[in-house]
Design a protein around this ligand. Structure first.
Ligand SMILES: [Fe+2]
Length: 388
């Protein structure tokens, strides 16, 4: 039995007006200090007050949020007792808000205990969740997945179940308009990685396939434009939609090898999520190679990528992705990120262990061995195409 789940998605310019139509008494806004500075939280509060709601703000979410931050926010949430939780921010903020709400609704459980639950938490008795993304990347507004960081162990923790899905996603491009080019680029690579992995993981399915294909078409058409000119609101809107569509796609399929390797690299070296997974995307396509030739060809066809005679679609697609990444100044190798060869050597065992601890690894069409993952990191360090 398969499920397709999605929040109510309100999208396009001025979709934040949806907040003024909510019924409720109070809202707990989860965000970070930068989003407050940009004036976006003020906009949200205004709409909530039009709905006759009181609100309070927790702006202490850091990039790669820790379990400690989640506990702190959840304690304040419990004191306040909101009937709406409103996340305004990027993936870190939305993931932290999802996790805080779990603790708020289920004070009898710790967040670690929630790990592995697939349903039956009974969330929603106290509150509903709205996510308003301010980056066009993670698609966390449309997925139930929660990624937290265990700071002591230098690793990522993935948890969540269908019930941690937001009730409403507000995909208003005005909230992403202030992203600087570097952030637009790295989060855009996350969208592309979701779309391609969602379309090719072993959990791919007929319902999510179309979403993934549409999202990757939008990325190839609009990401470069959004990076070159942040005022290009058509490109901004299309990328904001693409992030949400890819979220619905991979959220109902799965992510795979590029995410397992990228999560690992991010956990050890604090590389931003989209940059880390985007870097591994072409390597993972090359590694999976002919096992998915038909799917690579379908993707190539959907973006009108010409494949030179005698070449397979997989390598051509990997090259096109490197071309796009290069044009928006994203690194093509681990070396380019500025990690020294010694740091890589010293952390290699940890990197491989982390990748194997990530559930996404086994969703790849070709599951690598320990030796192959080690080689994958070494090749990605040097920027060398996979030939094994
Ligand atoms: Fe991602």
């Amino acid at each position: 039995m398969w499920y397709f789940v999605s929040p109510e998605v309100v999208f396009g310019p001025d979709s934040a007006i949806r907040l003024s139509q909510l019924a409720g008494k109070s809202a707990f806004i989860v965000t970070d200090a930068n989003i407050v500075k940009l004036g976006l939280v003020e906009k949200v509060k205004e709409q909530l007050s039009q709905a006759g709601m009181e609100s309070t703000v927790f702006d202490g979410v850091e990039p790669d949020p820790s379990i400690e931050t989640v506990r702190k926010g959840a304690a304040l949430m419990s004191e306040y007792g909101p009937d709406w939780v409103v996340a305004v921010g990027g993936g870190s903020v939305m993931d932290a808000a999802k996790a805080m709400r779990v603790e708020y609704e289920r004070p009898d459980m710790t967040i670690e205990e929630v790990f592995g639950w697939t349903s039956g938490l009974g969330l929603g008795a106290k509150s509903r969740l709205i996510c308003i993304p301010t980056t066009s990347g993670t698609g966390a507004e449309a997925t139930w997945a929660i990624v937290l960081t265990d700071t002591a162990e230098r690793r990522k923790l993935s948890l969540g179940c269908r019930e941690t899905l937001p009730d409403i996603a507000i995909v208003d491009p005005a909230f992403a308009a202030e992203m600087p080019p570097g952030l637009t680029a790295q989060t855009g690579m996350d969208v592309l990685t979701h779309a391609i992995e969602g379309f090719t993981s072993t959990w791919r399915n007929d319902i999510s396939d179309g979403l993934c294909l549409r999202a990757l078409q939008l990325v190839f058409r609009y990401l470069l434009r959004a990076c070159r000119d942040g005022q290009d609101m058509e490109a901004r809107e299309k990328m904001h939609n693409a992030a949400c569509i890819a979220g619905m796609g991979f959220g109902n399929s799965m992510i795979a090898l590029a995410h397992a390797a990228g999560h690992s690299l991010g956990g050890v070296f604090h590389v931003p999520h989209g940059r880390a997974v985007g870097l591994f995307l072409p390597y993972s396509i090359e590694f999976i190679g002919e096992a998915h030739e038909e799917l690579w060809a379908e993707i190539a066809h959907s973006i009108r990528l010409e494949i030179p005679k005698g070449e397979k679609a997989g390598p051509a697609l990997a090259r096109a992705i490197r071309g796009l990444a290069g044009s928006i100044k994203e690194p093509l190798s681990i070396k380019e990120i500025g990690i020294s060869p010694d740091s890589l050597d010293n952390s290699l065992e940890k990197l491989v262990d982390n990748a194997f601890a990530d559930a996404a690894l086994i969703m790849a069409a070709r599951v690598p061995s320990v030796e192959e993952v080690e080689k994958l990191f070494r090749y990605a360090y040097d920027g060398k195409s996979i030939d094994f």
